[in-house]
Ligand binder design. Structure first.
Ligand code: SF4
Length: 356
């Protein structure tokens, strides 16, 4: 197949689907001048569907306990280094209210697969119900793999989004990264949530042994799933984990993935996470086509990040005020709560019409 960068970029701008080989061709690019053209096209597509709006997500990591032992994760069960805590419902609600007052658009309630909640899902439901009642904000849950009936309960309690990252769609690599966990059960949980009307976020991790062709497979799965938010994140070696001495993933690879995802999924939400390296890199991620800033964390309240447990948190850099300068430098602006609600409702209507 004949490959021309300008032909492929032109196809994206015309709203035509890219072939697998074309996506792979984009991912293989290394020259600065070529990468700049891809980033520029990604920004054009973002502007077409989102204007200058950027959405802001808070990150409330309310339990850092986990029964699993993912080889890339700082909070894996067998690591005794991370801070372990479990926040009370009142603490979580109070944090969520502060984040709402600061102008956040969505509360992301995240936990490890903590048996305290997994074995007693009513405790999780209670958190979602209280946060929804008090804040009236959209809620994303990131609790790991859940049973179908628990997903049903969480929807009834007010959860709008389910985030569950496969990290790779290569089963062998999955087995190494998430040892002892069921690849299919993880897929089933997000597919079930989607079928029940939730919006779903899928994600992949770069720098953990994925080949470029496997990123293409991940993008295809995201499309089949009907994901509404798609994220790519750079692997950071974590102390006390089996991958602690591995080389850090390439930032450029993350940026290129963001841009290529924007070409493939122009209307979807693509995060620029503050969790990888705090404020550093935020502008590059936005300039690659991201349109949601995730992992905004209230300072000095004892919450941790995931990839970076403490970096930039208590200094207040991962706050709404802390990110404003970067947003403006990129020619963007924080959306209003109403603009996010409008996007959410129209996407919910659209995905309910998509085949599950
Ligand atoms: S990635 Fe999630 S499921 Fe895996 S060990 Fe870390 S907290 Fe647990």
């Amino acid at each position: 197949m004949y490959m021309s960068l300008e032909y492929i970029l032109g196809k994206s701008l015309e709203g035509r689907e890219l072939e697998e080989e074309e996506v792979l061709f984009l991912l293989e690019q290394k020259e600065k001048v070529t990468l700049d053209r891809i980033f520029e096209t990604a920004r054009k597509l973002r502007e077409r569907y989102f204007g200058t709006k950027v959405f802001l997500y808070s990150f409330v990591y309310f339990s850092t306990y986990c029964k699993n032992n993912c080889s890339f994760c700082y909070f894996r069960n067998s690591n005794d280094m991370p801070p372990r805590y479990r926040k009370s419902v009142d603490e979580i609600v109070s944090t969520a209210m502060k984040m709402k007052a600061a102008g956040i658009h969505l509360i992301d309630l995240t936990m490890g697969e903590d048996p305290y909640f997994i074995d007693h899902p009513e405790r999780l439901t209670e958190i979602v119900r209280r946060v929804k009642e008090e804040t009236k904000l959209p809620i994303m849950i990131s609790p790991g793999v859940l049973a179908d009936e628990v997903i049903d309960e969480l929807i009834r309690a007010g959860a709008d989004w389910y985030a569950l990252y496969q990290e790779t769609h290569n089963r062998v690599l999955f087995g190494k990264l998430r040892a002892g966990q069921d690849y299919q059960a993880r897929l089933h949980a997000k597919e079930y949530a989607k079928k029940q009307g939730m919006l779903v976020e899928e994600g992949l991790l770069t720098g953990v042994g994925n080949q470029l062709a496997e990123y293409v497979k991940s993008f295809e799965y995201m499309k089949r799933l009907g994901a509404s938010q798609v994220r790519t994140m750079t692997f950071i070696p974590q102390k006390g984990s089996p991958m602690g001495e591995c080389e850090q993933g390439s930032f450029l690879s993350e940026l290129l993935n963001i841009a290529v995802m924007r070409l493939i999924f122009p209307k979807l939400l693509i995060p620029a996470s503050l969790d990888v390296d705090g404020l550093r890199g935020l502008e590059e991620r936005l300039n690659a086509g991201a349109n949601v800033i995730t992992s905004i964390i209230p300072p000095k309240e004892g919450y941790a990040g995931v990839a970076n447990a403490v970096y930039d948190i208590d200094e207040g850099h991962r706050t709404i005020e802390g990110i404003q300068e970067s947003i403006h430098k990129c020619g963007l602006r924080s959306a209003t709560a109403e603009e996010y609600e409008n996007w959410l409702q129209s996407r919910q209507n659209e995905t309910r019409r998509l085949p599950a």
